[in-house]
Ligand binder design. Structure first.
Ligand SMILES: Nc1ncnc2c1ncn2[C@@H]1O[C@H](COP(=O)(O)OP(=O)(O)OP(=O)(O)O)[C@@H](O)[C@H]1O
Length: 264
C-alpha cells in the first residue's frame, strides 16, 4: 500500500538523551502534493526534517521513499534519489554571480569531471541550462549580479533555483518565507507553486496564510507527536490546533490561525 506515497515514516522516534523530540510519527506524503508540517515552537518540525534529510539518525522507526526503506541511506545518496532540501541551509556562494551559483550547483549535481566541462559544447549546455533555471525563478536579468547584492527575496529565489538544478522529485522546503516582507512572501508563494509542478513538496512553514494558499495537506505536530492531519479547512477548524497555537505564547504564532483566516 505504501507505493502510493512518495514519502512515508513509520513510528519515527528521535530522542536526545532521553528527551523525546519526535514521538512515533507516521507521515504519509502523497505524490504531487504540497504537504505542510506545522506546529508551535518546539513541536519537532525541524527534527523531523533533519531525520528525513539524514542530518540526524532516528532512534527508532522507518523512513520510506517510494516504498524503499531509506532509513539508513546517507544524505548524498538520498539527494541522488531525488530527495532535496532547500532554504535555511543556504547553498549559495555570496561572492559569485547568480549564474555562477547555478553553474556550480549543476556541476555538483552532474558530478562530472572538470575535463568534461572544459569542452566548449558542454560549457554552452551548462550555460543554457543555468539561464533556464534563472528564468524559471524570475532572475534572468540578475544573471551577472553578485549574489551578495541581491535583495533577500531574490537570494531565496536563487536558492530555490540551485535546488531545482538537482532535479528533485521530493523537495523539502524549510520555512521558505521566513524573515520576508509581504511582497516577497507573495512572490515566494508563486515560485513554490510553480516549482512544485510535477513534483512533491514537503514544507515547514510558520506563516499559516502561506500554508492555506499552497498546501494540499497539513500535518500538525505538537510535543513531538502528530496532533492531527487534513486539509487547511479541517485543520484550522480543529479546536486542538487552536489550543496548541494559542498556548505557545510565541508572539509570531499567537492567534496565527485567526490571522491566516483574516488574510483569506
Ligand atoms: N540536538 C538537540 N539536543 C537536545 N534537544 C533538542 C535538539 N534538537 C532539538 N531538541 C529539542 O527537541 C524539541 C523539538 O525541537 P525542534 O527544533 O525540532 O522543534 P520545531 O518544531 O522545529 O520548533 P521551531 O518552530 O521553534 O523551530 C525541542 O524541545 C528542542 O529543544
Amino acid at each position: 500500500m505504501s507505493d502510493q506515497y512518495v514519502l512515508e515514516t513509520r513510528n519515527l522516534v528521535k530522542e536526545f538523551k532521553g528527551f523525546v523530540a519526535v514521538n512515533d510519527v507516521d507521515l504519509q506524503i502523497q505524490q504531487g502534493h504540497i504537504h505542510a508540517l506545522i506546529g508551535p515552537n518546539g513541536a519537532g518540525k525541524t527534527t523531523v526534517f533533519n531525520l528525513l534529510t539524514k542530518f540526524l539518525i532516528p532512534t527508532r522507526g522507518q523512513i520510506l521513499f517510494n516504498g524503499e526503506d531509506i532509513t539508513s541511506t546517507k544524505s548524498a545518496q538520498i539527494a541522488r534519489k531525488g530527495v532535496v532540501r532547500s532554504f535555511q541551509i543556504s547553498a549559495v556562494f555570496p561572492h559569485m554571480t547568480a549564474l555562477e551559483n547555478i553553474r556550480v550547483a549543476l556541476q555538483g549535481f552532474e558530478g562530472t569531471s572538470y575535463s568534461f566541462w572544459k569542452s566548449g559544447a558542454s560549457l554552452n549546455r551548462l550555460n543554457e541550462r543555468s539561464m533556464e533555471l534563472l528564468e524559471s525563478v524570475g532572475l534572468a536579468e540578475y544573471a551577472n549580479t553578485t549574489t551578495v547584492e541581491l535583495a533577500y527575496g531574490r537570494k531565496r529565489a536563487l536558492e530555490l533555483a540551485t535546488t531545482l538544478a538537482m532535479e528533485p522529485k521530493l523537495m523539502l522546503l524549510d520555512e521558505p518565507t521566513q524573515g520576508m516582507g509581504a511582497e516577497d512572501v507573495d512572490r515566494v508563494v508563486e515560485l513554490v507553486r510553480k516549482a512544485a509542478k510535477g513534483r512533491t513538496v514537503l514544507m515547514v512553514e510558520h506563516n499559516l496564510s502561506v500554508v492555506s494558499k499552497l498546501c494540499d495537506r497539513i500535518t500538525v505536530l505538537a510535543q513531538g507527536a502528530v496532533l492531527t492531519e487534513g486539509d487547511y479547512e479541517s485543520v484550522s477548524a480543529d479546536p486542538r490546533v487552536r489550543e496548541v497555537y494559542m498556548g505557545t505564547g510565541a508572539s509570531g504564532e499567537r492567534g496565527a490561525v485567526a490571522e491566516a483566516e483574516a488574510s483569506q
